[in-house]
Design a protein around this ligand. Structure first.
Ligand SMILES: NC(=O)C1=CN([C@@H]2O[C@H](COP(=O)(O)OP(=O)(O)OC[C@H]3O[C@@H](n4cnc5c(N)ncnc54)[C@H](OP(=O)(O)O)[C@@H]3O)[C@@H](O)[C@H]2O)C=CC1
Ligand SMILES: CC(=O)N[C@@H](CCC(=O)OP(=O)(O)O)C(=O)O
Length: 344
């Protein structure tokens, strides 16, 4: 049994990690950290864990944590202080925040907080499992991708890699459930402020933009500058990305289908709906699936890709566990092969 610690265990992503790892056959949850709930039983913070996870939350003092694997589910800006070469010498780390996902230059520009871990940043491996397995296997530090980013990258990388779309025309119109904003109090996610309304935010400035562009270039092989506009939707979970791009001359529906199949046919967590049904957040809730659908608009010569995943699962916690499974040489679907929850 591998010993696992979680920093930020009381946040939404931390809670999802606890749920998944509690059921994971190869790990034992040994340290659940919290600032606000120190010395409180975890099941008091989240009563659905009663009689299941009653362990007491501890402070996030790493000198008191002896774990084989450390998940960090803290707001960005903290992990870069916590992760050191000394820590990595004894512990595999999976960070679910943004601190190790992008170059330090992009981080400085878009996050505007000091990065304290530049010495370890260069050894971080980007944990987009379907595209980076080979490197994840030997990694000591994983940067788990962002939720909007996972949905966007899985949809776009094959098409860019195979030159099917004009990379100067990409527009990602994305929607997120409210859990995407975390559990902390925030006026924008107060019930009366977000219910019965849909709003766009972060126009031209959302922090996932550089992550999407950087990784499309890394995995797709072409420099991309795109428009990314996220929206907050009054639902608990889910990411839906509707992506528009002009097709290169002569590219047909058949070719798009073929390319997706080439890359994802054998991927158990990417489900291809082709152009026969359209991806929806409800069909992936509580699962590690990313559903991808598309339609060629022959009138405008534009491709429209609609993809969905659960922001707390494939967009965060279950992808992090998938990364852990790869790092440890376990079956990749161990503890994360859930049928989506419906109705939810
Ligand atoms: N929500 C989502 O869908 C996704 C989130 N992420 C990323 O995962 C990370 C966690 O997100 P999420 O769970 O949503 O956020 P939450 O706000 O729900 O949880 C954050 C956690 O960190 C602790 N915390 C807050 N501030 C501090 C601080 N200053 N120092 C130490 N601990 C602190 C909080 O609890 P306590 O006070 O008990 O310590 C809480 O446990 C973030 O980096 C986020 O960007 C990534 C993908 C998707
Ligand atoms: C709805 C909402 O507010 N979503 C968050 C993104 C989710 C998140 O936590 O960001 P990372 O994936 O980078 O960690 C936002 O737009 O900032």
């Amino acid at each position: 049994m591998y010993k696992v610690a979680i920093l930020g265990s009381t946040g939404y992503v931390g809670e999802e990690l606890v749920r998944l790892l509690y059921n994971h056959p190869s790990v034992k949850l040994t340290h659940l950290s919290s600032h606000s709930y120190q010395s409180e039983p975890y099941s008091k913070v989240y009563p659905h864990f009663k009689d299941l996870v009653d362990e007491v939350c501890i402070e996030d003092d790493l000198s008191k944590i002896d774990a084989d694997i450390l998940f960090i589910a803290l707001p960005h800006g903290i992990a870069s202080k916590v992760v050191t070469k000394e820590l990595l010498a004894t512990t595999k780390v999976i960070d679910l925040g943004a601190d190790f996902r992008i170059t330090s230059e992009a981080y400085d520009t878009w996050y505007k907080v000091e990065h304290f871990g530049k010495e370890v940043l260069e050894e971080a491996i980007y944990g987009l499992c379907e595209w980076n397995r080979e490197y994840i296997q030997g990694a000591r530090l994983i940067a788990n991708p962002g939720c909007y980013v996972t949905c966007s990258l899985l949809s776009l990388i094959p098409l860019i890699k195979e030159g099917l779309i004009d990379t100067s025309t990409i527009i990602i119109d994305a929607k997120s459930g409210v859990t995407g904003a975390g559990r902390g109090l925030n006026i924008g996610t107060h019930y009366t402020e977000c219910n019965e309304s849909i709003k766009a935010y972060g126009l031209t400035s959302h922090r996932h933009t550089p992550e999407i562009e950087e990784k499309l270039e890394a995995f797709g092989g072409k420099k991309v500058t795109l428009t990314f506009t996220p929206h907050l939707v009054p639902m608990n979970r889910g990411i839906l990305t509707t992506i528009y791009a002009s097709l290169k001359p002569g590219v047909t529906n058949h070719e798009v289908n073929k390319v997706y199949n080439t890359y994802y046919e054998k991927e158990q967590f990417v489900r291809l709906l082709g152009d026969t049904s359209i991806a929806e957040t409800r069909w992936v809730k509580g699962s590690n699936f990313c559903d991808i659908s598309f339609k060629v608009d022959e009138r405008t010569n534009r491709l429209i890709i609609v993809s969905a995943l659960d922001n707390m699962m494939k967009g965060a916690a279950s992808q992090a566990v998938q990364n852990m499974n790869i790092m440890l040489g376990l079956e990749e679907d161990t503890g994360i092969h859930y049928v989506p929850l419906f109705p939810a």
